[in-house]
Each structure stands twice: as C-alpha cells, then as structure tokens.
Design a protein around this ligand. Structure first.
Ligand code: FAD
Ligand code: NAD
Length: 405
C-alpha cells in the first residue's frame, strides 16, 4: 500500500517542531515526511533583534536544519515555495513541485506595512537573517561615514524605530547597548546620536502590564530613547519619516535609519494560493486545519486562533507556533493510522518576557511579574528551552545562552 506523504512548508518554530515530533512518533514504513525550507538553516526569529543591533553575530542565531532532522525519516528540500495548489494537492516550488496527502503550512509571517507609503522601499525590517544583517551593516555604515564628510550630517546618526510593540522595544534595548560601542569605534560624540521610537497607540507595549511598561520606558529613556506616543508614522522617505499625532498635520523627522517594527501579517503565499484569510492569516478549525480542506494544516504566524476568553486572536508568537507544531504532529500520527479522533488545539500560555538588552527585561511568567536581572535570566531560560525542545542537549550546548548574569 502507498505510504501517505506529509509535506511541511517552512522550518521555523512551528515547522521544525512538527518535523522533530513527527520523526519520533511515526515509523519509516508509515509515512513519507518532506520538509521544505528556503534556506538550509533555521533561524531563531526571537533573537533577530540582537543580530539586527549587532550585539549578537548572525551566525549565533541560526543552525543547520540537517543537524536536527533524522535524515533516514525526513526528506529535506531546500527550495522556495511559490504557490500551493490546494485542489490539486500540490506545492509549486521555485525549482520543482511536490505533491502531498497532508500539508502543514508553517511559513511564518511578514511585516505589516498597512499600505504606508515608502516603508517597503526605505525602512528596514527585523524579519530574517538577511534583513537583520543588512540593518546592522546599515547603522554601522552611517557611523563610519559620519566623520568622512567635511560637512557633518547629524541625521545620519538618527535612528527611528516605528512601533513600540515587543519587537520595537527589544530592538531598542539592544541598540542602546550597542550605540556606546559604535561611538567608541567610530570616534563619535554620543550626544550626536538620536534614537526616536514612534508609537501610534496611547502607550508603549499596548495591552501589557502598565507597571512593567513604566519600568521599560524609564530604562530605555535613561539610555537615551525619545518616545513619541500616540503618534503614527504616515510616510517613509529616503530622508526619514513623516509622523502625525491624531488628526494633526504630519511633520518630518529626518533620519539616516528607519526601522519598521509595527506588526506582522501572514505569509503572502496564503493569499496568493487563494486561502480565505484575514491579514494573510487563515482562521483555522480547532484542529488547526483550513476550513473545507481537511488535509491542510496552518500553524504559526500564518494561522489565526481565537482566544475565546476575550474573543480576540492570540498574538502570533514562537510559543504558540511550537505548541501548534506539537499538536499537529500528534494529530498527523493519528490520521495516518486512520484514527480520526483528533485533539483540538489548546494554547497553554506560560507568559511573556520582553528583553531590554543583555541584562535587563520585563515579564510575566506563570502569572508572576519580573523585572531586571531575574526577568533577563528567565528570557535566556526561554531561549534555551526552545533550542532544547527542537534539538535536545546537543543543540542547546552548541547554541545556548549560558552567560546568564
Ligand atoms: P518562523 O519561525 O518565522 O519560520 C518561518 C520559516 O519559513 C522560516 O524558516 C522561513 O525561512 C521559511 N519560509 C518563509 N517563506 C518561505 C517560502 N516561500 N518558501 C520556503 N520557506 C519559506 N515570540 C515569542 O513567543 N517569544 C519571543 O520572545 C519572541 N521574540 C521575538 C523577537 C523578534 C525580534 C521577532 C521579530 C519576533 C519575536 N517573536 C517572539 C515572535 C516569533 O518569532 C514568531 O511568532 C515565530 O517566529 C513564528 O513562527 P513560525 O513557525 O510561524 O515562523
Ligand atoms: P505588535 O503588533 O505587537 O506591535 C506593533 C506596534 O506598532 C503596536 O504597538 C502598534 O500600535 C504600532 N503601530 C502600528 N502602526 C503604527 C504606525 N503607523 N506608526 C507607529 N506605530 C504603529 O508587533 P511586533 O512588536 O512586531 O510583534 C509581532 C508579534 O511577535 C507579536 O505577536 C508579539 O507578541 C510577538 N513578539 C513577542 C516577543 C516576546 O514575547 N518577547 C518579542 C517580539 C515579538
């Protein structure tokens, strides 16, 4: 009898978790497992703010996919997904195609630009290894160029961060640690450097614990960040941005670097492939399947799961992606054994920790509020846990964060 073929698209948190769990739970004779990813490496998206600021080398945030998969059970294809033909049960890749019996879409998300003019062209994102490396290099280039010019252009040293969500705040934490190093390296007066964070909502980290938000803001302000709250970015240009408070007239902030960290939407492949979606995310069934397509699962940033308690979607996180991966692997193991009694997905929220640089953070873990070194320690525990869950002790020892104090 022909073995069912399970194809997993994307080797991020959700996709890799699905793969490593499936390879443990399914025998070689039970199913063919195929993993497709555009790079031969996985990157820790949750560490990209460090690579982007230059406080951690980009090679530290990635590892070879082949190091964590069982190659006797999983066929890894390094290729880029172009489109999913769901009615033909086929995935079109840049260099070929692959058919499936069961499909897991775990292609992550993309920056949400809300159609704001100029962002795609002129702003930097914190999205993957390439974008992080480019942002780090760009900031360094601005510092290196400053003293080369006879007429000093101070706006080269202005960095604007759009969005004070978790990504924006974590990046600012790293950046404010990196700036003194850059100033020393390039002989620049630190007073010339300006860091501005623009947030449309009436507060930094909207929805997070106000006491912890206050702590984060005061720590970052102390390190030189200027917050423009209740102020939205309206346009990005090669010279900087235009912002406006409410209905007021937009004004310009000139900046050598603009970073856009104001939210994510689902991967463009979702809409391109004709799946019904909200901001590129598929509202999945309780078993994480696409309504009407029982053979297609969507997990991670391209999926939308409602938190019934507040009737709003869960925020897209690595935490939920990994739990979804575990759930899908368990259910796929049932399906290939003709057991249709699938387990619905239930999110077990263990908390949130937001770093403010190497030794500082804020967080709520198992309902307990933490700040400073304790929160920072927890953040490293969380980072190490995800390595351990995917690659065991070997990966943890190779890539883990052990400088905890
Ligand atoms: P990803 O982990 O993004 O993986 C998607 C994979 O698909 C990648 O390997 C990519 O290369 C591949 N891919 C994409 N398109 C294609 C294609 N067309 N063809 C082939 N392959 C493709 N969440 C937390 O829970 N805790 C945190 O502390 C945290 N910190 C964060 C810090 C930062 C700076 C950022 C940006 C996000 C953070 N998040 C955090 C959110 C978290 O990183 C995401 O929610 C998570 O990465 C989503 O996982 P995923 O499996 O959906 O996709
Ligand atoms: P987000 O949606 O959480 O925050 C984006 C922020 O940008 C919001 O505060 C929003 O008001 C603001 N914004 C939107 N449009 C704007 C505009 N025109 N001008 C100025 N500000 C604007 O997005 P994110 O921070 O990129 O996070 C994405 C996901 O990743 C979230 O689910 C988040 O929880 C998760 N994440 C988690 C962690 C962590 O747990 N430590 C870290 C990073 C990201």
């Amino acid at each position: 009898m022909k073995k069912p073929k399970i194809v997993i698209l994307g080797a991020g948190y959700g996709g890799l978790m699905t793969t490593v769990r499936l390879q443990k739970q399914v025998g070689v004779n039970e199913a063919d497992i195929v993993l497709v990813n555009k790079n031969d490496y996985h990157y820790e998206t949750t560490w990209l703010h460090e690579a982007s600021a230059g406080t951690l080398h980009h090679d530290r945030v990635r590892y070879d996919i082949r190091d964590v998969i069982d190659r006797s059970k999983v066929d890894f294809i390094q290729d880029t997904v172009v489109e999913i033909k769901k009615d033909e049960k086929k995935v079109i890749l840049e260099n070929g195609e692959v058919d499936y019996d069961y499909l897991v879409i775990s292609l992550g998300g993309e920056p949400e630009t809300f159609g704001i003019q100029g962002l795609k062209e002129y702003a930097f994102g914190i999205t993957n290894v390439n974008s992080s490396r480019q942002l780090r290099e760009h900031i360094e280039y601005q510092f290196a160029t400053y003293n080369m010019e006879a007429e000093k252009n101070d706006t080269r040293l202005t960095i604007v961060v759009g969005g004070a969500g978790f990504t924006g705040i974590e990046f600012l934490g790293e950046l404010t640690n990196r700036i003194p190093e850059l100033c020393r390296e390039y002989d620049i007066d630190p007073h010339k450097v300006k860091i501005v964070c623009v947030e449309a909502a009436p507060t930094v980290l909207p929805g997070f614990d106000p006491e912890l938000v206050k702590y984060a803001v005061s720590q970052l302000e102390r390190k030189g960040v200027e917050f423009l709250i209740g102020t939205a970015i309206k346009e990005c240009t090669p010279e900087g941005i235009f912002v406006a408070k409410g209905d007021e007239e937009p004004y310009e902030i000139k900046a050598g670097t603009v970073v856009w960290a104001a939210g994510v939407r689902g991967n463009a492949i979702i809409e391109k492939s004709g799946f019904e979606a909200m901001r590129g995310r598929v509202k999945v069934t309780p078993e994480l399947r696409v309504p009407g397509y029982e053979d297609v699962f969507v997990i991670g940033d391209s999926s939308l799961v409602i938190n019934e308690e507040i009737n709003r979607p869960y925020p897209p996180t690595a935490q939920i992606s990994m739990q979804q991966g575990e759930n899908v692997a368990k259910n796929l193991a049932k399906l290939i054994r003709n057991n249709q009694d699938l387990e619905p997905f239930e999110f077990d929220n263990k908390g949130t920790v937001c770093s403010l640089g190497e030794n500082d953070a804020i967080g709520v873990v198992f309902g307990k509020k933490l700040t400073g070194a304790k929160a920072s320690f927890m953040k490293k525990v969380i980072d190490n846990r995800s390595l351990f869950m995917i690659g065991g002790t070997g990966l943890l020892l190779k890539k883990g964060k052990f400088k905890v104090f």
